[in-house]
Write a protein that binds this ligand. Sequence first.
Ligand SMILES: O=C(O)CCC(=O)C(=O)O
Ligand SMILES: [Fe+2]
Length: 221
Amino acid sequence: MFSTIPDVLDQREIEELRGIAARAAFIDGRASAPGAPLKNNLVVGDRGLLERSAQIVADALFRNEDFRVLAFPKAMMPPILTRYGAGMYYGTHVDAAFMPHPGRSLRSDLSCTVFLSDPADYEGGALVVRLGTEEVRLRAPAGAAIVYPSTTLHRVEEVTRGERLVALTFIESRIADAERRDLLHELKEIGAIAGPAMDIDTYTRLQRVEENLFRRWADPD
Ligand SMILES: O=C(O)CCC(=O)C(=O)O
Ligand SMILES: [Fe+2]
């Protein structure tokens, strides 16, 4: 449902992305979401730097095994390097169902925030996701990613001190149904944890269940 994946970016990548942010010109974040009056943040405006930063973050997510068995990614929006300075926030909203993507539009199943700032670098700025009558407040260390359902209402609280530097992306999953995705993720995790202790026949039977559910539920790449 909500997952924090640690160490998606290594230290070298964090440094490179911080370096890009330091050199880049930032523009009003509303440029990427026209008609979003609730959006008050800044995105990298320089095309070359935006592409380079997107490449680093997308590669890091795709190579991460925890991310792959959680999201079963089919397609990803280019991650957008985004800065929330003091006074900036993103009001309560739901992410658009479909987003422009080369060739065809991408259905956003999962939303993802990759952190380049450490929580100590800023105050406020929590990602707050609504869950029924409750709210889940999320923060994570530099290098970590938070993945949450695009279907939820969510917001980013005002940053009251410092700077919250993040990369934001949206993922279309090979498994459209969130419940099925969650069940397969659980099965894969259990297999990873308990697999080494199983006898080979039991382990092979578990794999059969995994593969056949995947066959029934997942879209091809
Ligand atoms: O900054 C964040 O963590 C989330 C931003 C967001 O909700 C969005 O870009 O749609
Ligand atoms: Fe959002």
